[in-house]
Design a protein around this ligand. Structure first.
Ligand code: FUB
Length: 310
């Protein structure tokens, strides 16, 4: 190939993401990564809070962003899968915060913290758009639901091997509630997630936000951010409902006021997604999602992820 054509092709293709480096040149945060198989094949889908369209002074964007990748190395920005106007009950000043998505029943469910006090759920036949409000009312509402907590945000859904789905959410006190098989209705009361053995010698080791659950070899791993700034830590248990015993650090503090993690496993490999502030002009409201391989010790402990070239 002519060198000019090769150079133009290189410019047109997204660059390969290095561990710990931003996956895109656009500000984004609060990763919700998944591997979805559609009629067009399988690939990774990464839903995110869009920090590029906020004021730069607060997390006040009103739309979410979707990136896709065939290989975890090159990521394509596919634009806005939906925005808060999908939820007609949302206040006019509602913000679009950390999202979650699930593929189930041949459809795509998008869990959306809207305005800091409600979580909505939207549904589509495809993962990259066409989402409509699935209920016409919030799935979780601080004003309506007992024990929804002060700030029902940061939804994360885990579907266990038996098909039971669980919704985790909340700031300062982690919450969990079962979902019905329709994925758009709560099934039973909202419970506090019990966290045990948090080291008393370190008062900063407490739950802040960003709950996330994954399972490996029969152990349930509950990861979360310890607050503002947040270290990403984990606890383990034998049930999705807990209790979970504190085990250690997954990712140390970064120079940023929040962090928010998610873990995706595919083809025998695991990756930690989180956000940092490494793009030019980056900061606490201008974050950037990064990825690092997630590894385990032979006894199931998570190896702390090193802070790559920063
Ligand atoms: O993006 C807004 C908020 O910042 C998220 O809901 C939190 O998890 C934190 O990352």
């Amino acid at each position: 190939m002519h060198y000019l054509a090769a150079a133009l092709l290189a410019l047109a293709l997204p660059a390969a993401t290095q561990a710990g480096q931003p996956i895109a040149q656009r500000f984004n945060a609060d990763p919700s990564p998944h591997y979805f198989t559609t009629q067009h094949g399988g690939k990774f889908y990464l839903y995110a809070t869009d920090d590029a369209s906020n004021s730069g002074k607060y997390w006040d964007s009103t739309s979410w962003r979707l990136y896709t990748s065939p290989d975890m190395k090159t990521w394509t920005d596919t634009g806005i899968p939906l925005d808060v106007t999908v939820f007609k009950w949302a206040r006019a000043d509602a913000k679009a915060w950390a999202p979650e998505a699930v593929q189930r029943n041949g459809r795509y469910y998008f869990y959306a913290p809207v305005g800091g006090d409600k979580i909505g759920v939207a549904i589509s036949d495809r993962p990259d758009g066409g989402f409509a409000d699935a209920r016409g009312t919030p799935l979780v509402d601080k004003a309506r639901d007992a024990n929804a907590g002060d700030e029902p945000i940061d939804p994360a859904v885990f579907v266990d091997k038996d098909g039971q789905a669980y919704l985790y959410f909340g700031t300062r006190v982690p919450k969990v509630v079962k979902l019905k098989a329709d994925m758009i209705s709560l099934d039973g009361p909202i419970l506090d997630v019990a966290l045990e053995d948090l080291p008393p010698s370190d008062p900063k080791k407490k739950y802040g936000e960003a709950p996330f659950l994954h399972e490996r070899k029969g152990t349930y791993y509950f990861t979360f951010s310890t607050g503002w700034p947040g270290q990403i830590v984990y606890a383990t248990g034998s049930s999705p409902l807990g209790p979970f015993a504190y085990r250690g650090v997954v990712l140390d503090y970064l120079k940023i006021s929040t962090n928010h993690q998610a873990i995706v496993e595919h083809g025998g490999k695991s990756w930690l997604f989180y956000h940092d502030s490494l793009l030019p002009g980056g900061g606490s409201h201008r974050r950037s999602i990064a990825i690092a391989p997630l590894e385990y010790e032979s006894d199931g402990r998570i190896r702390q992820v090193p802070l790559h070239a920063r």
